[in-house]
Design a protein around this ligand. Structure first.
Ligand SMILES: [Zn+2]
Length: 419
């Protein structure tokens, strides 16, 4: 509470200076700081933070490997019930949904954090605490997001905050890796189709960080096949591994723009049976990313051409004896998109950070917000507070210094959007 009060006066001044810049439908975050219920809710976030950290640790210790988030999801469902949310359900893919109704069904803001981690079944996810540090795989990503979301729900209740619009809270599946945003895709395309007016995802990071650009990606597994045979006896036929080598060499020479930042990476290769065999099968996996769909499609065109040329060259080299064929399988599609800096949701998130005494920073990332961004539904990803480091590694850690500022900034943003 101390930090909040210290900064609130400064926040009001800044907000007054830019009072005309925010849309009329929502409320200025800085003026909300004078509302006794909001004040009480923000105080509750800070007061409850030690318990929020315990909850963060407890949820992190429930394993949630890719495609197996059920146990953690059921615990969040139980917490949603305990916190008094309404219309609680688990949808077809495993997203856990609960509603905090306002006077009206609209606007409906969705606040989400993802259940899944990148860590496989059997990973030691026990949390080690060391002063202000919590260490465990997944403690920040997205243990912090889930805990911050639950802290917001509890504080809204304890503060007695009333809203015009509704807030729908979601613990979603499938954010990471080959999960391919399947939870949020289901949410926008099926479960809550047409019912989401804006979207906030909570990920590890500073409360000052606003991710308003979604880096899109294409991911493929490319498999080369041929009859294969003895390296000496069958010599003279096209070789799938040689075709793969040609393809990767060409991909290595692809040129991409620096702006929008566009990248490519062959991340895995596999195949062959022995050193003295012409392989019958080999594959590689490639990831291409960009901030715009146009640049992403352009790098994919070069990738497709590299594959086609390589197969052609390998088969021509051996006059089509034992011709190699190729199969390109899409294993990931994350749409690229943007929520402009002058859009109301970004302005409100930014004004909330300012009202809390912080300096907002904008960035691009690959998060659940990519999906609404591509649908042109206002969306941002906000930091859950504290400082996370070494995400996606076994020595992931979370520094809880002033971590209450994360859920406080999210709370202020959400209330401003539905007041
Ligand atoms: Zn994450």
């Amino acid at each position: 509470m101390k930090s909040l009060l210290r900064h609130s006066l400064f926040g009001c001044v800044v907000a007054l200076l830019s009072a005309t810049s925010i849309l009329s439908a929502a409320v200025e975050p800085a003026t909300l700081l004078n509302d006794p219920t909001v004040k009480a809710a923000l105080a509750a976030v800070e007061r409850n933070e030690p318990e929020t950290l315990n909850l963060q640790a407890r949820l992190t210790e429930i394993p949630a490997p890719p495609f197996n988030e059920t146990a953690r999801g059921l615990e969040v469902k139980r917490l949603f019930e305990q916190l008094g949310l309404k219309d609680i359900r688990v949808d077809k893919v495993g997203n856990v949904i609960g509603v905090r109704p306002g006077a009206l069904a609209k606007p409906n803001v969705v606040v989400a954090a993802h259940l899944d981690t990148v860590f496989p079944e059997g990973t030691d996810v026990r949390v080690k605490r060391d002063g202000k540090f919590l260490r465990a795989p997944g403690i920040g990503d997205d243990g912090r997001g889930l805990a911050a979301m639950l802290s917001v729900i509890r504080a809204l209740d304890e503060g007695g905050v009333k809203t015009t619009g509704s807030i729908t809270f979601v613990a979603n599946v499938g954010e990471e890796g080959l999960g391919d945003l399947r939870g949020v895709k289901e949410l926008f395309n099926v479960t809550l189709k047409g019912k989401i007016d804006s979207f906030i995802s909570i990920e590890p990071g500073s409360q000052n960080r606003i991710t308003n650009a979604g880096v899109g990606s294409y991911r493929y597994r490319v498999t080369f096949k041929g009859p294969g045979g003895h390296s000496y006896g069958a010599f003279g036929m096209a070789n799938p591994i040689h075709a793969l080598g040609r393809a990767i060499a060409k991909i290595g020479d692809i040129t991409v723009p620096a702006k929008p930042k566009t990248t490519f990476n062959v991340g895995r290769i596999n195949g062959g049976t022995s050193v003295n065999s012409i392989a019958f099968e080999t594959w590689f996996e490639v990831d291409m990313r960009s901030e715009t769909m146009a640049a992403l499609d352009a790098v994919r065109d070069q990738f497709n051409a590299a594959i086609a040329d390589s197969v052609k060259a390998e088969n021509a080299r051996w006059k089509n004896r034992g011709a190699v064929s190729v199969d390109i399988e899409m294993v990931g599609l994350r749409p690229a998109g943007q929520t402009p800096e002058d859009s109301s949701i970004v302005k409100i998130a930014s004004a909330s950070v300012t009202a809390m005494g912080g300096i907002p920073s904008y960035g691009a990332g690959s998060t659940d917000s990519n999906v609404p961004m591509q649908l042109s539904i206002p969306a941002v990803t906000l930091g859950g507070g504290g400082e996370s480091s070494r995400a996606h590694s076994l020595d992931e850690s979370f520094d809880s210094t002033n971590s209450h500022l994360g859920p406080q900034a999210v709370l202020l943003t959400v209330v401003a959007l539905v007041r």
